[in-house]
Design a protein around this ligand. Sequence first.
Ligand code: ZN
Length: 372
Amino acid sequence: MAPFGELARIRVGVQSARREWWPVGALLARAIAEHHQALGQPLAVMAPYAAQLRLAEAAMLDAGLDERAETGLPSRFQGRRFPVAVLDLVEGGREPGWLAAARVDGTRHELRGLRLFNLGTSRAERTYLLADRAAVDGTEHGPLAEVGRLCRDGRIAVVGAGRFLSLRQLPAAEAVEPAPDLPSLLALEGTEFLARLEGELAAAEGEVWVWSPQLATRPSPVLGWLGAAAERGCRVTVFVKPPHEHRPNDERRLGALRAAGLTVVAIYGVAERMVVLDRRRAFIGNVSVLATPHERDEGMVLVDGERFARALLAVEQAEVFGAAPACARHPAARCYAQYYRRGRQKGWFWTCPWCGERRRLPLVPEAAPALG
Ligand SMILES: [Zn+2]
C-alpha cells in the first residue's frame, strides 16, 4: 500500500476513537469486486468496522455494481459460501489494529477479533486479504503473523494494490480541464493539484468541505477561491486546528477565513487533509490546502463518485462538526470540538475557549451492525 500514501493511512473512527477506516481499502475492494463481477462471480466484501463497510459499499455503488456484490461484517455471511471474498483487515503499517492484536488467550475483544478473522477467511474459495505489507511483516503473534508465514511459504500470493488500482497522473495542462471520462483515481501533485483545485472550486455549485489542520501565515490563493465560492452562494465549511494548538496569531487567521464568508470550525487534533466538493468528488491526501504550500512530497488523489463523497462526509460526521455552537455565556465565542478520553464523560464535546464550558456533540449514531 506504500505508494498510495495518505489513502492507506488508517483513520480513527469519530464514534469509537479506534482506528477503523482507510480510503484505499474501499477503493481496492471496489476494484476487485468490479473485476470479479465482470467475470460473473458473486462476491462478499467484508471488514471489521461499520465505517469501512459504509465506504466500500458506497464506492461499489458508484461503480454500478449490482447485488451480486455484497458487503457486511464477516458474521453476516456465517453459513454462506462465495466463489470470491474480500476481507479488508484495515491494518496499516504504523500501529497494529484490532485484527493484528487478536488472540485466543486474550480479552473478549481480542478473542472476537480472532473469530471475525476466522469467519472472514473461510467464506470463499478465494479470499483477498487487504492489509499493508508492513503490518503483516511486522506482526509476531496472532492471525497476521500466520498470514505472514503463509506469504513467506508461498501459500498466500502477495499482490500489490497497484495491480487493481492505478493512480493516473496527468500533465498539468490536462489536469486543469476536467476530462469528460474522468478516471476514478487521479493523483495530483503540488502545482497540478492547486490548478485542479482552483478549477473545481470555480465550478462548485452547492457545498465545499475542507479539512486543513494548518493555516498559512500569509493570505493564500486558496482562501480567495473559497471566498469566491462562498460569495456565489456555496456553503463552505473549513475544519482547522484550534488556535491554541498552533501559533498565537492564528486567531487572526481564523478571523480572515470568517471574513471571507467561510464557516470555520476548530477541531482539537484534526489530522485529515481533504476537500469534498458538491457531494460528488473528493480530494484526499497530505495537503493542508489553507497552509503555505510545501512543494515536495505533497499531493492529493481525486476520487470521483457521489456515494463515496457522501459516505466520507457521513463517516467524518461533517454536518455535526460543521454546526459549532456559540457558548451560552459568551455569544461571541465559537466553541471548538475536543475528544475527551478519560473520566466518566468520554467522547466529543464542544468546549468554549473562554470559559471551558462543555457540551456533548450530538453525533449521529452509526447504523451499528452486531459485531460477531
Ligand atoms: Zn464560554
